[in-house]
Every structure is written in C-alpha cells, then in structure tokens.
Design a protein around this ligand. Structure first.
Ligand code: SF4
Length: 258
C-alpha cells in the first residue's frame, strides 16, 4: 500500500497574528497549493506545490532544515511532536495556501496529531470548499474562514461562504470570519457579507483586517490600507447586522514575525 503523503511549505512555532487566536502560540503546519488568486495575497509562494519544505528544528528558533516533498504522514507527526514541548503551544494551526485541498490527507492526519499532542486544532481557510470541510469537521476545534470581497480580492464565492458557515453552525464548530479591507472595498459588499453572516448566526465574530500598510512586494500595488475614516464607517455599517465586528491588523507583521 502507498503511504499517505502531503505537499508541505513549512512547519514552525509562532505567535498567531490574526483573528480570534491573536497573541496565542501555535504550531503552524502550512500546506502547499492554493486554488484562489487573491489580489492582496502575501503568500504567493504557497500557490504552487513546492519541491521542498522548511521544517523548524527548535520551536521559535527559525533553525529550518530543508526536506523533499511530498512528506509522509508518519514523518509529519514526528516533526509536529518535536515542536510540542510542554506548556508552550495553545493550538495547532492548519494553514496554507488552502489546506482543504489536502482533505484526504487531513482525514488521516488530524485524529492522529490530536491524539499525539492533545492540542486543539485550528483550521485557517479561504472558506470556499464546504464539501472538503465536511470531511474533516469532527476533528476541528475552531475554524477561521475568509469572506472574499470581490472589490478587494478579485475572488467571488458568496454561495460557498454561506454553505461553509451553515455547515459549521449545524455541527456546532466554533467559527469566525475574516475580511480583508482596502481603500477599494465596496460598502455594499460589506453589507452583503454582514447579512450573510447574520442570516446564519448573528453572534459570529467578524474580523475586519486592514491591508497591511508595511511594504508587501508581492501584493497588488493598487491596493492600499483603508483610511481611519473608512474603517470607522465600515465597522458601524456591519454592526447594524452582527453584534461583534472587530478591526485588527496583522499583528505578526508588527512584531516582525514570519
Ligand atoms: S486564499 Fe490565501 S493563500 Fe490563497 S490566494 Fe488568497 S490569500 Fe493567497
């Protein structure tokens, strides 16, 4: 029988800089490959599967070693377990790229890594692959999903986002929504996003994440961080529909982290 394998980008230990887990320490397992092409993407190196991956040897030391892809499941478990020194990490972040492109691998990997580390599992996703989400839902403790605004991302997945949220709610899996905003953001789309979330569960927390003003050489130069006035107006607009709308920029970039 062929061993189950996955294409990885990297494994490392870091402080989460986005969403509801901001400030907590996580083991990041970043998978290769993404099926979207968001205009603001600062992770274009994850779009294609890479021939090699970078594995941190010591949590937080950035002492990476390089290994050939694809990676066998047993090897990945060993690397994650090595990161899991007592009391350091709050959870494991399954990220990408788009990690749900690896659903068949995750179905096998997640129950084993959970049993091994006893850490909660956090999925970070574009929120547009509901059928793959269904496959791995039993092992997830928290889902952070994007709603991609066409006016900012260039992507359009309203129907899939709605289905995604509905699945999380039906299975009572904690979920929050992240929306990247720039000066080009359409208020009508923000209103549509707020309605979409409220129709499923108005208690769902929405994070408005202003585009990072720091230099991002890979992102579209036409996209710039929203003005303070825009952010204030858009938060007020969305709070007409959902109770919790928080504005938080990428704090890991402020810290100079990966
Ligand atoms: S989903 Fe994430 S990794 Fe994929 S293009 Fe969009 S921002 Fe980049």
């Amino acid at each position: 029988m062929t061993a189950l394998t996955a294409n990885l980008i990297e494994i490392f230990s870091a402080i989460q800089g986005e969403g509801i887990n901001v400030g907590t320490r996580q083991i990041f397992v970043r998978f290769g490959g993404c099926d979207l092409r968001c205009a603001y993407c600062d992770s274009q190196h994850t779009w294609q599967k890479q021939p090699t991956c970078s594995i941190e040897q010591t949590p937080g030391e950035r002492d990476f070693s390089t290994h050939d892809n694809p990676i066998e499941l047993s090897q990945l478990l060993t690397w994650v377990d090595r990161q899991n020194i007592p009391h350091l990490h709050d959870s494991i972040s399954i990220t990408g790229g788009e990690p749900l492109l690896h659903a068949p691998f995750l179905v096998e990997f997640l129950p084993q890594v959970k049993a091994l580390t006893k850490l909660p599992i956090y999925l970070e996703t574009g929120g547009h692959r509901p059928s793959q989400l269904r496959q791995i839902l039993p092992w997830l403790d928290l889902v952070g999903m994007d709603i991609k605004l066409p006016s900012v991302s260039g992507e359009n997945h309203w129907g899939k986002h709605q289905e995604f949220l509905q699945i999380c709610q039906a299975d009572r899996v904690d979920v929050f929504v992240k929306i990247i905003i720039s000066q080009t953001t359409s208020p009508a789309e923000l209103q549509q996003a707020a309605r979409l979330v409220a129709d499923v569960d108005e208690r769902t927390v929405i994070f408005l994440q202003p585009m990072t003003a720091l230099a991002q050489p890979h992102t579209n130069p036409d996209l710039t961080a929203p003005t303070p006035a825009q952010v204030l107006a858009w938060q007020a607009l969305m709070k007409e529909y959902v109770s919790q709308v928080r504005v938080i920029p990428q704090t890991h970039k402020m810290l100079g982290q990966l």
